[in-house]
Design a protein around this ligand. Structure first.
Ligand code: SF4
Ligand code: FE
Length: 483
């Protein structure tokens, strides 16, 4: 089965035996939990869309290992065109779900490993690449969702991994055995963790010799013994426990993050892709980060939804023709399409690595992600400006339904006469959801910190720009002789 559908994906999750805690208790049924289910539905969309003929070109690809048709989320990029399609896929799914659909971390990890395992082998004579390809074939054949796990808790930020007071603040190897390794530590902020079949761990920073035990990469089934998930909260998350749907804003989809603890977990050798090659930790981090910064094409799709919501809210108030409203919507579109330029550009300027995998242009991917740390905030501000204060002061759906209060809400929250109060409330709740509620995790804070915080991109930009070339160009034009 190299292409699962949404129903098969959901059923496959039911077969997992994950250890998940939320609100102080262990969950027995994760798939149907009302807080988690919308995030599962968002990942399921990546399966459903792959079966739609109109999206086949974007959502599927041909495996370079088996020649079979596979979901693009398990594909290793074989051309610049593949990279461009990945950016387009992110926008498409962001627009369909209006939230984080979580599956990108996995494909970005697989692609980064396909480059770096090959490079390690070339220098060290190891056999990681073939091992990785066997694992990749398993992922592709079963159309699995992989959680790419990079971010360690990091403890004291001024100290390297091996100097931390608590040695587990970075995930590390605690035992090497004939049949595999035992690891201990944790990964924080793990997007889509409990909706994943597999979890693929990578180091989180560049490392030196003393950190050898921390330079480790491997894959495990998400329900392997010793893995514990502790769900993160999202603003307004308990609205999903309420009877009605209206106050959720997005009535179908959502995202989630979790802290993933590895409590002395065994990993067989055939699933280990780096073990002690500390010189390559930085390269794996940078390669994953570049791919994942490209993946923030997703925010363009969520931005499409936010623009559509803001325009609708303006029309419901009958102010869409006002010049300042038009200008604000133009500005939102300008910002959103500028983001699109960045994720298309870093893909279009991609190149082939020695392993044959195509990588994005790292400088442009970092510039794109730097824009993502800013533009969605400005777009959220403009959407809230257009929406008006009612977005955060209106009563609940229960009040709308109650006979004593509903009639007043219907009467006083109707704006343009042919638009019902309930539809006005729906669109305002959607704007609230994206800019202040559960989806704001993905649209705002994740835009800031996901795939690396703003400073991480600024460091990469300073490293990657060709300053000498710029100086030479300037000096030549004004007659400064080269030394
Ligand atoms: Fe994918 Fe975007 Fe979610 Fe990251 S934030 S996992 S890129 S949808
Ligand atoms: Fe992310």
């Amino acid at each position: 089965m190299s292409l699962m559908n949404a129903e098969q994906y959901e059923e496959s999750l039911r077969e997992l035996n994950l250890v998940v805690y939320m609100f102080g208790r262990r969950l027995e049924n994760i798939v149907d939990d009302p807080i988690i289910r919308p995030s599962m539905a968002a990942v399921a969309k990546t399966y459903e869309m792959a079966h739609r003929p109109e999206h086949e070109d974007i959502m599927t690809a041909t495996s370079h290992i088996t020649g079979k048709k596979i979901n693009r989320f398990t594909h290793i990029h074989q051309s610049v065109n593949d990279l461009v399609k990945k950016s387009k896929m992110g926008r498409l799914l962001g627009r369909e779900t209006g939230c984080c659909f979580q599956r990108c971390v996995g494909v970005d990890t697989l692609n980064a490993l396909s480059i770096v395992t090959y490079d390690i082998d070339q220098e060290k004579g190891t056999g990681y690449y073939q091992r990785f390809l066997r694992y990749l074939e398993y992922v592709q054949e079963n159309d699995l969702t992989c959680d790419g796990a990079m971010t360690d808790p990091k403890g004291d930020r001024s100290l390297p991994p091996h100097k931390q007071a608590d040695p587990d603040h970075y995930l590390h190897v605690v035992e090497k055995r004939e049949d595999g390794i035992v690891v201990k530590g944790a990964k924080a902020h793990q997007t889509g963790a409990v909706n994943s079949h597999e979890i693929i761990v990578m180091p989180t920073i560049a490392m030196r010799e003393g950190d050898r035990d921390y330079a480790v990469s491997f894959a495990l089934p998400s329900d392997a013994d010793g893995i514990i998930y502790i769900m993160g909260r999202q603003s307004c998350d308990t609205r999903k426990l309420e009877a009605g749907l209206l106050d959720r804003g997005n009535i179908v989809f959502g995202g989630h993050e979790a802290l993933v603890v590895f409590d002395n977990v065994f990993v067989p050798w055939q699933r280990v892709f780096m073990c002690g090659e500390y010189e390559f930790a930085g390269k794996l981090v940078a390669q994953f980060a570049a791919y994942h910064r490209q993946s923030y094409a997703c925010k363009v799709g969520v931005g499409d939804v936010l623009i559509g919501a803001a325009q609708t809210a303006a029309e419901y108030n009958n102010v869409a023709g006002a010049s300042h409203i038009k200008d604000k919507v133009i500005e939102m579109n300008h910002l959103n399409e500028t983001l699109y330029c960045g994720c298309i550009a870093c893909a279009s300027e991609g190149h082939k690595e020695p392993s044959g995998t195509y990588a994005v242009n790292t400088l442009l991917a970092n510039v794109h992600k730097q824009n993502v740390t800013r533009f969605p905030y400005e777009m959220a501000r403009l959407a809230q400006d257009i929406a008006g204060g009612l977005m955060v002061t209106m009563p609940s759906e229960s009040d709308l339904k109650a006979p004593e209060t509903g009639k007043w809400i219907e009467k006083y929250f109707r704006a343009k006469n042919d638009v019902s109060a309930v539809n006005r409330m729906r669109i305002l709740r959607l704007i609230e959801n994206i800019t202040l509620g559960t989806a704001a995790v993905g649209y705002l804070t994740e835009s800031m910190h996901g795939a690396g915080s703003p400073q991480a991109q600024r460091i990469m930009i300073s490293r990657l720009v060709n300053m000498l070339e710029k100086q030479k160009a300037a000096q030549k034009l004004c007659g400064i002789e080269e030394k």
